[in-house]
Design a protein around this ligand. Structure first.
Ligand SMILES: Nc1ncnc2c1ncn2[C@@H]1O[C@H](COP(=O)(O)OP(=O)(O)OP(=O)(O)O)[C@@H](O)[C@H]1O
Length: 242
């Protein structure tokens, strides 16, 4: 089996004169956990949108599991095994945590398989203590974890997470890092994040975007000490506390 999960070649999207993503060659292996960083406007979100079919490329191609996604709708790309937390289709505030996970699992599984998927997700995302709680009454952090669980319940091969630690307390950030590592035992993830401390907690390989292109791609330690990376974050302290 091809171990490449995602491959982009010469990928680009432009809006008027703005090259939001420009000539990006990106490869992600099955089971990888990759972080994307870069200053505001670097093209990270646009790159995500290209991967999930929300934006159509102006140039280049995206392949998922060796299959071009050209011409596919977002739901067809999801069927290739892509899960996106920002696109959680429906979170039912009036239902419990477990009911929400069940509904998501049942969308893509027989009821017996769904039951197994629900148990797996409740364990992995550590949702059992709040299984019966109404989702509408959860804290911001808990809700993010439930949304991660909803995506995981469809058993994707790849999950895209856009700023999963945003707006969380230090404790919640720590737990989110643990959950992402646990999720990575089951599938690959690409995580866009601004919080460098969080990046340090989870990252192995980091891809740095700048002005629509890949500036550097390397291990977290090398990337965060790279002068070019420090330059593009000028004014931001990359020398972290930890
Ligand atoms: N739909 C769009 N229409 C016009 N311009 C766009 C569109 N989407 C993105 N852009 C532009 O493309 C560039 C890259 O934006 P993008 O949101 O991808 O960057 P980003 O790295 O995700 O930034 P941030 O970290 O602030 O979210 C920006 O100049 C942005 O204004």
């Amino acid at each position: 089996m091809n171990s490449l999960l995602v491959e982009t070649q010469g990928l680009g999207v432009s809006f008027g004169g703005v090259h939001a993503v420009n000539s990006v060659d990106f490869r992600l292996e099955r089971g990888e956990l990759r972080c994307l960083i870069g200053p505001n406007g670097a093209g990270k979100s646009s790159f995500f949108r290209l991967l999930c079919g929300q934006y159509k490329p102006t140039r280049g191609s995206v392949k998922i599991k060796g299959k071009s996604i050209d011409g596919l709708q977002s739901y067809q790309i999801a069927r290739l095994g892509l899960g996106i937390k920002t696109q959680v289709p429906s979170v039912f505030d009036g239902l419990s945590v477990e009911e929400n996970i069940w509904l998501s699992a049942r969308r893509v599984n027989s009821s017996r398989e769904a039951a197994t998927a629900v148990k797996e997700v409740m364990d992995t995302v550590r949702l059992s203590p709040i299984a019966g709680n109404q989702v509408g009454a959860l804290s911001h952090g808990q809700r993010q974890w439930v949304e991660l669980g909803i995506v995981m319940a469809t058993r994707p091969d790849l999950i895209l997470l856009d700023e999963p630690a945003a707006g969380m307390s230090d404790e919640e950030v720590k737990r989110t890092a643990e959950l992402i590592k646990a999720a990575n035992q089951k599938c690959a993830l690409i995580v866009v994040e601004h919080d460098m401390e969080f990046i340090r907690m989870i990252a192995k390989t980091v891809t740095v975007f700048n002005r629509g292109t890949v500036l550097v791609e390397d291990t977290v330690d090398i990337v965060l000490n790279d002068e070019r990376v420090k330059d593009v974050y000028l004014g931001k302290d990359l020398e972290m506390k930890g």
